[in-house]
Design a protein around this ligand. Structure first.
Ligand code: FUB
Length: 456
């Protein structure tokens, strides 16, 4: 497995201490679909495997990340996969998802490339998700290979819509059960949006003739009574554009581009928009950690709508522009996989602990932003396991070389699944700080890390 740190440093020289994008470094999480639920933001993503097969999208499952503060993201690992569809024989093609909550249930709409669009349901945003239908959701389409990139929205009157498609834009009116649609309207329930340049912009085709700029990756939502559709545009390499309409049925008007090309963007881009705690965010993907178009990573930018509701151009930054909306409380259990930035480490899932941090080597680290140490703590505790020689965790403030406030020694615990709590006395430290957990030891993998906390 090629280590993310090596890739990032050699290809882009990302100044990691200042980098905030991509917001996920432990795996290649693409096609982000944010969902605000309760006091958290959940981002469901597709997942580009570390090993790309046949130089094409290599995607087997869908992942979930969550945050209360928009800067520290908790990795929940894969929450659904192609294997959840018993009828589906494909082993690749878990493309861009989107989830939504209705009446306490969570619906995850997913394309399986070549098999059209399907839906999974769960009682919690974290899953487990199951297939309620036993077959694909969208039936009677003309070209199932073009049925990708579902986006779902429930209007104020309760009517839910599912849009999707490349290069055409299609939609259905979902029934209240969210797993079927009204087949008495449209063509067996399916509406095809008229793809005009007035509606979706124009781009010169390969033969120089003008064609509609809409490409794929729609994101449908409503703001102040106006319907928005943000989408990947202009063919490959993709930009992001948007259109608006007075009703979900149109007519759509092209409003312009919101994200241009940049060196660290992939040949695809795919975005979602949310409002959270009074701020607006655009979540998208880049190839900033890999320099490879089939190994994409989720990134995020804060933006403000113009007063007239139009969206400004959003710059895809490496340093990021998002500030924490809530200090992190270190006096409760904090999952080790809650990360603002990391170098070198990966995550894994076990039946015993759930997701934990692994692949820890000498010099790797995890940064956690805006941690409120209040008046300070007595001991720093961590749950760890090691089937090698172990190592130590240095707890530092403000940087990998910042003030050392605790050291925790990790010994061999017998085996990978034998977890022990280790601790270190804390030096004086108070107030809101960025904490760096720097891993030290000899050669090879040192230990695994499940959670940490501070004792007052
Ligand atoms: O991730 C596979 C495909 O790439 C998505 O379905 C498109 O939106 C593009 O991001």
């Amino acid at each position: 497995m090629m280590r993310i740190r090596t890739i990032a440093l050699s290809l882009f020289c990302i100044t990691a201490l200042n980098a905030q994008n991509p917001i996920i470094q432990t795996s290649f999480a693409a096609d982000p679909a944010p969902m605000v639920y309760g006091d958290k933001v959940f981002i469901y993503t597709s997942h580009d495997e570390d090993e790309t097969v046949n130089n094409f999208f290599t995607m087997y499952d869908w992942m979930l990340f969550s945050s209360e503060d928009m800067v520290n993201w908790t990795d929940h690992g894969a929450v659904a996969s192609l294997k959840d569809f018993g009828w589906c024989e494909r082993t690749n093609g878990a493309w861009a998802p989107q989830a939504i909550e209705r009446n306490g249930k969570f619906y995850l709409y997913v394309p399986i490339h070549g098999e059209g669009i399907s839906v999974l349901v769960a009682d919690s945003p974290y899953g487990p998700f199951h297939d309620p239908l036993g077959h694909r959701l969208i039936l009677d389409t003309e070209n199932v290979w073009q049925d990708i990139d579902p986006t779902v929205f429930i209007d104020d009157d309760g009517q839910a819509y599912l849009f999707w498609g490349n290069p055409n834009l299609l939609y259905v009116r979902l029934n209240e059960d969210m797993i079927s649609y009204d087949r008495s309207v449209g063509k067996n329930g399916i509406f095809a949006v008229e793809m005009t340049t007035e509606a979706f912009g124009s781009v010169a085709g390969p033969d120089g003739t003008e064609r509609c700029a809409y490409t794929e990756g729609p994101w449908f939502y409503k703001r102040n009574g106006l319907y928005y559709l943000i989408y990947a545009a202009s063919g490959i390499p993709e930009k992001i554009a948007y259109s608006t309409a007075p009703t979900p049925d149109g007519p759509w008007t092209f409003r312009g581009f919101v994200m241009d090309r940049a060196d660290h963007l992939a040949f695809t881009n795919h975005g979602g928009v949310i409002d959270f705690k009074g701020k607006s965010y655009f979540i998208y993907h880049t190839q900033g950690l890999s320099n490879e178009g089939f190994k994409r990573s989720t990134a995020a930018e804060e933006f403000s709508y113009n007063e007239d509701g139009t969206i400004p151009m959003i710059t895809p930054t490496i340093e990021g522009n998002i500030k924490s909306v809530k200090p992190l409380n270190p006096f409760k259990r904090v999952e080790a996989e809650t990360i603002a930035w990391s170098e070198g480490v990966k995550t894994a899932k076990s039946g015993v602990t759930g997701v934990y941090v692994t692949n820890i080597h000498n010099g790797d680290y995890i940064k956690i932003k805006s941690v409120d140490l209040e008046k300070g703590g007595k001991r720093f505790l961590a749950s760890v396991s090691s089937d090698t020689k172990g190592g130590r965790i240095e707890v530092r403030l403000g940087g990998v070389d910042g003030k050392l406030i605790a050291t925790l020694n990790v010994d061999n615990t017998g085996c990978k699944e034998t977890w022990k709590i280790v601790s270190g006395k804390m030096a004086k430290a108070q107030g809101i700080n960025d904490i760096y957990l720097v891993f030290r030891g000899g050669d090879g993998e040192l230990f695994n890390f499940d959670w940490w906390t501070i004792e007052k």
